[in-house]
Design a protein around this ligand. Structure first.
Ligand SMILES: [Zn+2]
Length: 137
């Protein structure tokens, strides 16, 4: 897979807020020791979150903290909290432009009719938490 472009989107902000407000600092330091072996041990929690998110190692980050509110786009590797789910997670697409690599709009409409596990959705269960957290993040 190609290197994902640097992301500064809503999904990334949500993940950063979630990491900051819901994950223990010791867990973040464990994760940083894997993703950022040369990171300074004295980084503040906020800096730690920034550095972890900047790696864009979404599968590793999501795996290690067991957060189920995000997926990774099968086409471009972007982090996503909403988007297209194809065939119960066989593939995910973050946007229309990623979806159209595999489906025309007509093909996708047909896919959704024939396969109930293909749809557009959002996975972000902590949205209210995020809104609360946002004011202090
Ligand atoms: Zn994508």
């Amino acid at each position: 897979m190609e290197q994902a472009p640097i992301q500064h989107n809503e999904s990334v902000e949500m993940l950063a807020a979630l990491l900051h407000h819901t994950v223990a600092e010791t867990r973040l330091r464990e994760l940083a020791s894997v993703l950022l072996p040369n990171a300074d041990n004295h980084l503040s929690k906020a800096d730690l979150v920034d550095r972890i998110v900047a790696t864009q190692a979404w599968p590793e980050i999501l795996d290690s903290i067991q957060i189920n509110d995000f997926r990774v786009c099968s086409e471009c590797g972007a982090l996503m909290h909403e988007g297209y789910c194809c065939d119960m997670g066989y593939k995910y697409y973050c946007s229309d432009s990623c979806l159209c690599h595999d489906f025309t709009p007509e093909e996708w409409a047909l896919e959704c009719q024939q396969e109930p596990q293909s749809y557009w959705t959002d996975w972000f269960e902590y949205y209210d938490l995020y809104k609360v957290a946002d004011s202090s993040f």
